[in-house]
Write a protein that binds this ligand. Structure first.
Ligand code: FCB
Length: 481
């Protein structure tokens, strides 16, 4: 029957069905006379926010005593970033932070996830703190507070001070991080309640030290990569302890990007497979943090290349967290399998759709499953989606609009599946869009725009895209719109 329908007829039928669905459940908005479809509302008090990171937005690379991070060095090395782009100026948010606060205020979001630049606070990575660097963040935080926006602070979003010898290959870097994290938390705990130690272990260790696509651009053998990963975990663990000591009232967690698995079919066997894969495929990072140990299967897999662990390391790494931040962009599909591990990862077909960045496969159900898998495995007290968003080929029309309907589609569908998680009682407390504004997208430089505000990098003018207007409405109604 379908075969006989033209595409046009098919379209009409779908539209008629959708129209019927809307008519069946009309709902009027306060102050509006038009009926809209039934809205998917989030729980009262749900936190709405936007996220950024220091090196991606601040610019002011040499100001107020800041010294280079490994990203300055990497971006200055010919051939490492698209078009040779650097974060020297970026969005110039170091100077324009008040404008950016106003963007948040106009969106109506209550929260802003931003990161602190370690080389502004300790230009040499350790030793004497640099007061002007810290003063900058105090001003930013005061401005946020004056505008009713609550800060969520990331302490390490990849801009490692270049002066730290050996970088993440050195165990001493974990100790230096803890000293920095404890110091900053102590200094800012009067202004900040939520701290995240580290952003995305997987990205900066594997891309930085295994494939060499990110700073510092190394391609190390497996044993050394595993040691880098372990040092990063240790930094998180020692950082947790240091923050607890200097800011006892703070909520402390991390922002991690575990591989998030979607069962190919929602039945018992495949759902179990998704859980198993979540635990085992993330054994080097999230599983170690939440269980305080490396799984046996992981140690067996790595064999002689497994990380060297010192007494006390795993206890620190397994320090209880107050909340788990999840950065989720796209799904991995998994199915039940007869093998000993009980699951098999299903590769994406060549036709699988993606957003402007090829790595962002579109599978919005990942927001539900990403949350559900970790909840069922580890029962965290609270979960925030600390990043979700996409790049798009944004262009400004002659009359100054950016009509990023693809980004709206992406966000709307992801929030629909996040709503499934909250309505099913999973402990998701908030959601942060990546990103507040277009910025320096690491090795992609300025070629990939992730903002819900458009930035003209020549003039630094910010313009709300359609997605910003859409997000404002979602936040206002605390619902998918
Ligand atoms: C995440 C990073 C963030 C940004 C987005 C697009 O992996 O944490 O800084 O680059 O991807």
């Amino acid at each position: 029957m379908m075969r006989d329908m033209t595409r046009r007829q098919f379209g009409k039928t779908v539209a008629a069905t959708a129209a019927l669905a809307n008519v069946a459940i009309p709902e009027k908005l306060p102050g509006q006379s038009v009926a809209v479809g039934q809205s998917l509302e989030f729980p009262k008090g749900f936190v709405w926010g936007c996220a950024t990171a220091a090196y991606q937005i601040e610019g002011a690379a040499n100001e107020d005593g800041r010294k280079p991070s490994i990203w300055d060095v990497f971006a200055d090395t010919p051939g490492k970033t698209n078009n040779g782009d650097t974060g020297d100026v970026a969005d110039d948010s170091y100077h324009l932070y008040k404008e950016d606060t106003l963007l948040l205020k106009n969106l109506g979001v209550g929260a802003y996830r931003l990161s602190i630049s370690w080389p502004r606070i300790f230009p040499e990575g350790k030793g004497q703190p640099n007061a002007p660097g810290l003063d900058h963040y105090k001003r930013v935080l005061d401005d946020l507070q004056a505008n009713g926006v609550t800060p969520y602070i990331t302490l390490f979003h990849w801009d490692l001070p270049a002066a730290l010898e050996g970088g993440w290959q050195s165990r001493d870097t974990a100790k230096a991080f803890a000293d920095y994290a404890g110091y900053v938390a102590g200094q800012l705990s009067d202004r900040v309640q939520h701290f995240m130690t580290i952003n995305e272990f997987d990205s900066f260790t594997n891309l930085g030290y295994k494939t060499g696509v990110f700073a510092p651009g190394l391609k190390l053998p497996a044993a050394e990569v595993n040691q880098v990963r372990h040092n990063a975990l240790l930094a998180h663990g020692l950082g947790m302890e240091a923050i607890r000591a200097s800011a006892p009232a703070a909520q402390v967690g991390l922002a991690e990007n575990p591989t998030s698995f979607v069962p190919v079919i929602e039945d018992e066997a495949n759902i179990k497979a998704a859980q198993r894969a979540t635990r085992e495929e993330n054994a080097a990072f999230l599983t170690a943090v939440l269980e305080g140990k490396y799984t046996e299967a992981y140690l067996e897999r790595e064999g002689g290349n497994a990380p060297r662990v010192q007494p006390g390391d795993m206890k620190a790494i397994g320090s209880p967290i107050d909340f788990l931040g999840l950065n989720i962009y796209g799904p991995s599909y998994v199915r039940a399998d007869d093998s000993a591990q009980g699951y098999a990862i299903v590769p994406r077909q060549a036709s699988y759709p993606h957003m402007a960045s090829p790595w962002i496969a579109v599978g919005p159900e990942v927001l539900y499953w990403g949350v559900r898998n970790v909840s069922e495995l580890w029962n965290p007290k609270a979960i925030y989606i600390t990043e979700n968003g996409c790049s798009a080929d944004d262009v400004m029309t002659a009359d100054g609009r950016i009509e990023d309907t693809d980004r709206v589609m992406y966000l709307r569908n992801h929030l629909t599946h996040l709503h499934r998680a909250t309505s099913g009682g999973l402990p998701v407390k908030g959601y942060f869009v990546w990103s507040l504004l277009d910025n320096f997208e690491w090795a992609d430089g300025y070629s990939k725009r992730f903002g819900i505000h458009y930035v003209d990098f020549k003039t630094q003018k910010r313009t709300a895209k359609l997605s910003a207007k859409w997000y404002r409405e979602a936040v206002r109604r605390n619902a998918v719109v």
